[in-house]
Design a protein. Structure first.
Length: 367
């Protein structure tokens, strides 16, 4: 049986990668959607699909439920962010139509709150999975894998170093700016602490990339992980823009929000995206990730491990797409039987994640 997979934002930043990966699966028939029919059709022509592709214009803000009735998908993959500030209209419509739902959300409240749909999804026998992306899926896979190296895992610090040459889409830019200067609740040394988005500057080197400036970011992990890993006393997630003066510029602008002079920088996303593109010539296609874990090992001694990942040739853009690809594939072949609504944690092992990345110019290291 062929599973009909509808991708919202199919020709977008991440939707394109997911569409390309799923098109060759003989058990999947793609339905490519977006606001532009021309762009959806152009993408369909570029794909080497095992089954005929349906392309259609779709605006999820305008009667999405009727579109589901017409297109009858078995799975909807929602890639159209930003998810900060979105409600669950799309997910609820999928439940009502008896189809699975999957998104690439990184909005903290959006992902951590998806469980409110759990019973409804269970009743309809569908899977509703939020946050099928780098955070919290990949980061949880790392923690799950290395947890056995510790008698007590007490501190997790990690961050993403972006590649400036790989211009983020407007939705990603809006997401980045949505929490700049706003308070971020986390834990430090066992107590609840407040940081501020794109503040808390610090320097850190990454192999093959060099020194980077990092700042605090708001992600679902900060809500989900203290409960999942109760021994954690400190948790911090940060990100780095490759061009230092752009990172410092965002740090300065974040103070406008923190001081109450501007409500949100997300309003200025189109302008700031255009300004950022002026400096593409200063960027590269290399991105990176690190996670440092600290605690007590099985011998009762202080223990520290650092995992690093370096992506070259622009292949870092594949990392957030892997969970959606793997989950869609497993739903199509029947190997994933989970039902109900949940954040995307504990569904993909680190081994499977890294195996899916092995065909790209991506290297990892553990120290």
């Amino acid at each position: 049986m062929v599973m009909r997979v509808l991708i919202i934002g199919a020709y977008g930043h991440f939707g394109r990668y997911i569409s390309r990966a799923l098109a060759t699966n003989s058990k999947i028939k793609l339905i490519l959607t977006g606001r532009s029919l021309a762009k959806a059709e152009a993408l369909a022509c570029q794909l080497n699909a095992s089954n005929p592709i349906i392309s259609t214009a779709l605006d999820i803000s305008k009667d999405f439920s009727n579109a589901l009735t017409t297109l009858t998908p078995d799975l909807v993959i929602h890639t159209s962010g930003p998810f900060q500030g979105q409600d669950y209209t799309v997910a609820e419509a999928c439940i009502n139509h008896g189809c699975h739902y999957l998104d690439l959300a990184d909005g903290r409240e959006f992902v951590s709150g998806i469980s409110c749909l759990h019973q409804r999804a269970l009743n309809e026998g569908v899977a509703v999975i939020s946050g099928a992306s780098t955070v919290p899926c990949f980061t949880a896979a790392l923690l799950d894998h290395y947890l056995s190296h510790f008698q007590s895992l007490e501190d997790a610090e990690y961050g993403i170093a972006t590649a400036h040459a790989l211009n983020p889409g407007l939705a990603t830019m809006r997401a980045i700016l949505s929490y700049a200067g706003k308070p971020i609740k986390s834990i430090k040394r066992g107590d609840e602490k407040w940081a501020f988005g794109w503040q808390g500057l610090y320097l850190r080197p990454l192999p093959g990339i060099g020194w980077r400036v990092f700042s605090h970011c708001d992600v679902p992990d900060l809500t989900l992980f203290p409960e999942r890993y109760p021994s954690l006393k400190s948790l911090r997630f940060c990100a780095s823009l490759e061009v230092p003066f752009l990172h410092l510029g965002l740090w300065l602008l974040s103070w406008l929000v923190r001081l109450g002079l501007v409500q949100s920088l997300s309003t200025f996303a189109p302008l700031m995206k255009s300004v950022s593109e002026w400096f593409n010539w200063l960027g590269s296609d290399r991105s990176g990730f690190y996670m440092t874990l600290r605690g007590v090992n099985c011998q009762g001694e202080p223990h520290k491990e650092t995992f690093t990942l370096i992506a070259e040739k622009g292949d870092g853009l594949n990392i957030p797409c892997i969970p959606a690809i793997l989950i869609a594939t497993r739903l199509a072949d029947g190997s994933l039987t989970v039902r109900g609504a949940q954040p995307c944690i504990g569904l993909i092992s680190l081994h499977d994640y890294l195996s899916a990345l092995s065909k790209f110019s991506i290297s990892t290291n553990l120290q």
